[in-house]
Design a protein around this ligand. Sequence first.
Ligand SMILES: Nc1ncnc2c1ncn2[C@@H]1O[C@H](COP(=O)(O)OP(=O)(O)OP(=O)(O)O)[C@@H](O)[C@H]1O
Length: 608
Amino acid sequence: DPVKDKQALLDFLEHINHSRSLIWSKETSVCNSWIGVTCNSDHSRVIALRLPGMGLRGPIPANTLSRLSAVQILNLRSNAISGSFPSDFAELKNLTILYLPFNKFSGPLPDFSVWNNLIIVNLSNNGFNGGIPPSVSKLSRLTALDLSNNSLSGDIPDVNIPSLQQLDLANNNLTGIVPKSLERFPSWAFFGNNLSSENAIPPALPGQPPNAQQPKKAKKLSEPALLGIVIGGCVLLFVLVALLMICCHSKRQKEREFPAKYQKKEVSLKKMASENYDKNNRLVFFEGCNLAFDLEDLLRASAEVLGKGTFGVTYKAALEEATTVAVKRLKEVTSTKREFEQQMEVVGRIKHENVSALRAYYYSKDEKLVVHDYYDLGSVSALLHGKRGDGRTPLDWETRLKIAIGAARGIAHIHSQNSGKFVHGNIKASNIFLNSEGYGCVSDIGLAAVMSPMPPPVMRAAGYRAPEVTDTRKATQASDVYSFGVLLLELLTGKSPIHTTGGEEIVHLVRWVHSVVREEWTAEVFDLELLRYPNVEEEMVEMLQIGMNCVVRMPEQRPKMSDLVRTVEEIRRANTGNQPSSETKSETSVSTPIPRGAEIGPSSSVPQ
Ligand SMILES: Nc1ncnc2c1ncn2[C@@H]1O[C@H](COP(=O)(O)OP(=O)(O)OP(=O)(O)O)[C@@H](O)[C@H]1O
């Protein structure tokens, strides 16, 4: 643990008022279990501190956070921190993200020249006053600057930073004009200030002779001249009225544009169901989760629909400064709040490299959310069946084997929970992801038990569902094994558990594999993509054997998950160093029948 950083954080916590418990304790590891704290890879320093919405109040105690000299990300959004900007933050030379919006800071903005690495600065929605320091233009790596909703005054400095992509200076008391270098930003970035219009008639230049604008001495005018003046006057009046109308229109336009910017961000969970969120209920985080965000963050985050599943819709939510999570809005939770919480507590305690950690959950009467890490590569289902044609990267055997091994280990670990009684209930390729080592990682644990039962016609999950399962809430460990078997067959064949052929005939993968294996004993079940890899045929046959054993009709005849871990791991071990030469093997792999001696699937049990 970084001892000095830990002490700095403990000093900070001791001296600042806070209403939410941070569960930072001297006894626990700062890098592994402190909420909101992230360390570098060798755990020698704290590099990020994210404490949004933690109920922090009052000024930041001097000489506390400033001792975190390696910190790069500082996010204290949505607290009630007051006082002036801490001068000792100048010590935080490595800051790349300074994120302090929605607090009660006052006084002048800091001198920005002390931070060379800043990429994002958000000091919006505070009470900062005084001018925008010209030093801001020294931040040559800056991409986003938000100083909106403060009381800043004076002219806008010429911030000529090519990397700057986002700017918001709205709702301050800024005066003067928008400098040329910032004209590329939309008008809402400057809305709500006292800026003079670009086209305003400039005042007389100081060098101009005093009489230059004085009217010439009036002469008596002739009648045609008077007529001309009247007509000219009318035209002028008309032009003025027209101009006035254009101005009013563009002002209205600006007013419309301003909220529109925020509305755009609001393609979020909040917009979709704001009335469902009960502020009295908080997101419940699990120990060891160093992500820190509050419900407000989640609701404000721009969200993208990842897909609609059996239990609800899953969103990819991009929280501030590069944190992305997957949020699932559960559709029909039938269990009580207590039952739901108990189930989530069991799930939240599961920590295993092949199990996707549940980061947080939320329960209110009308809204239930579960939050997981977001997996960039997508699910095994997406990897197997997504992107066909030229753009496709084939999923090689090595990767598929690691997916199977990881999934087996993950499910076995899940089954060992709750005194060996815990059930996943929804094993399928779209719930398996790849962990950082490329092994399968199981997600969506234990949800089936708290949701309303899915009637049999719901086909999405049907291909994975064991024949004896009629009520999805009553899944068993043996039915998880069946689903795991289907996953193995899916990895081997590259086919979805239920798919249609060209002739629109619905094919049930388990039955199809069984019929091919029974009737022809050929390697035709294997995904063509796999047949290009040499020396893997024996391993594929072994996996096929294991898969078939898992999908037998009688639950009690299926192997136990703990045994499956061993057998799936042995697929590789058994064949290592015992490979025929690649040439011969690859040539034979496309159409060689699997030897009749190879027992694939217990012939007595007809799978479903
Ligand atoms: N943590 C995550 N990271 C990346 N993608 C995810 C994540 N969680 C879910 N997804 C993807 O989002 C989509 C919708 O997922 P969701 O879990 O809602 O449905 P599903 O897996 O198809 O069905 P079910 O609800 O039965 O699990 C799927 O394609 C899934 O792979």
